[in-house]
Design a binder for this molecule. Structure first.
Ligand code: NCD
Length: 317
C-alpha cells in the first residue's frame, strides 16, 4: 500500500489508517538509525529544501538528517541571509526554489495556512513543519509513535496535555491525532490558556491539575509561547510554576506507570522541574530520536514509498 498524498499539511485532514501507516513505516526506519551504516538509498537523486522562516533547533535538524539518511540532497534556507530581508514574497521565494527542481519543500512559517497556500501555487510536495499556532503534524506523529512504542497502544490511553494550549500548534495536531485514534484527551492549564471552548475539539477541559495528573497514562507538557501571546495571560512565571508546573511531588502523585513527554524547547523551573525532565519516567529524548524515524517515514511516503505490510512488534514492554 502506498500513502497517496502529495503533501503533509496537517493532521486534521488525515484518516486514522494513514496515521497508523506512518507509524508502521517509521518503525522500519527506526531500525536504520540503530545500524552501523545509517543510510538507505530510498530518496537518492531527490532534492529537499528546508525553508524555515521561524526559529527551530530540533525540527530543522531532524528533517535535515532524515533527508540525508534517505540519501537525498538537502538545502537549508536561512531566513537571516535571504532575500526576505530585501522584501521578496514567500510565493516568489518558493517559486525560485521550485525552479531549481526541488522535489520536496519543508516549511515553517509564523502564519497559519502558509504551507496550504504554497501547496496550491507550487507543483512540489509541501510538508508543514509548523504554521503559526495552527498545526505541527510531524510533532504529533512522533508523539503518538513514542506513546505506542512505550505503552503498546494508543486506543483508550488517557493523555493529559498541560500548559499553553491556546497558542500551541503542537497541541492542536496532537489532539487531532489522538482523537482520531480513540485516545481520551484531557486539556489542563490556566483558564486564559485553556478555555472551555476547546472541548469542541473532542476532548475534556479541566483546570483541576490534581485530577488531570492522577488519571493520566501520559502527561504531555507544553511551554508558555510568549512570542505568540498579545497580552499577559497569567500573573507571573513563578505563579504559573506554582499552580501548573510539574515538580517531583506532582510526578509522585501520578500513576507509577505514567510517562512524561515534552516537545521542547523546555523552560526548566517553569512548566517542568529538572528532576522531572531527567527522571526515568521522562521520554523526552526518546521523542527526539523517534522524530528522526518519523520524518524519514514521512519523506519516504510522500515520495511514493510503500507502507511495510508486516510491521515489527510495537511494544517495548
Ligand atoms: C515546538 C514548535 O516549534 O512548535 N517545538 C518543536 O517543534 N519541537 C514547540 C514550541 O516552540 O514550544
Amino acid at each position: 500500500m502506498s500513502w497517496n498524498r502529495q503533501h503533509l499539511l496537517d493532521i486534521q485532514s488525515l484518516r486514522a489508517d494513514e496515521l497508523t501507516a506512518v507509524l508502521d513505516t517509521a518503525e522500519t526506519f527506526k531500525g536504520v538509525g540503530q545500524r552501523d551504516v545509517k543510510k538507505v538509498p530510498a530518496l537518492r537523486g531527490k532534492t529537499i529544501i528546508n525553508l524555515f522562516i521561524e526559529p527551530s533547533t530540533r525540527t530543522r535538524i531532524s528533517f535535515e538528517l532524515a533527508a540525508q539518511r534517505l540519501s537525498a540532497d538537502v538545502i537549508n534556507f536561512s531566513m537571516e541571509a535571504s532575500s526576505f530581508r530585501k522584501g521578496e514574497t514567500l510565493k516568489d521565494t518558493a517559486k525560485n526554489l521550485e525552479a531549481l527542481n526541488a522535489d520536496i519543500l519543508i516549511i515553517r512559517h509564523r502564519s497559519a495556512g502558509a504551507p496550504h497556500f504554497l501547496s496550491r501555487v507550487l507543483d512540489v510536495s509541501v510538508i508543514n513543519a509548523g504554521d503559526g499556532a495552527h498545526e505541527h503534524p510531524t510533532q504529533a506523529l512522533l508523539d503518538i509513535f513514542t506513546m505506542r512504542e512505550k505503552l503498546g497502544r494508543i486506543e483508550g490511553l488517557k493523555v493529559t496535555i498541560l500548559g499553553d494550549i491556546l497558542f500551541s500548534r503542537v497541541a492542536r495536531s496532537l489532539i487531532w491525532a489522538l482523537t482520531k485514534l480513540n485516545a481520551e484527551v484531557t486539556l489542563c492549564g490556566p483558564p486564559t490558556l485553556v478555555p472551555q471552548r476547546l472541548e469542541a475539539l473532542g476532548c475534556r477541559v479541566t483546570h483541576d491539575l490534581e485530577a488531570a495528573l492522577a488519571e493520566a497514562d501520559i502527561v504531555n507538557l507544553l511551554r508558555i509561547q510568549h512570542e505568540r501571546q498579545q497580552q499577559t495571560m497569567f500573573p507571573s512565571l513563578g505563579e504559573y510554576s506554582k499552580l501548573f508546573g510539574v515538580s517531583i511531588d506532582r510526578l509522585n502523585q501520578m500513576k507509577p506507570s505514567a510517562i512524561i513527554m515534552h516537545p521542547g524547547p523546555m523552560n526548566r523551573g517553569v512548566e517542568i522541574d529538572t528532576e522531572v525532565a531527567e527522571s526515568e519516567r521522562s521520554v523526552i529524548l526518546d521523542q527526539v530520536t523517534n522524530g528522526l524515524a518519523v520524518r524519514m517515514a514521512v519523506l519516504y511516503l510522500i515520495n511514493g514509498g510503500q507502507v511495510p505490510t508486516q510491521p515489527e512488534t510495537t511494544s517495548s514492554n
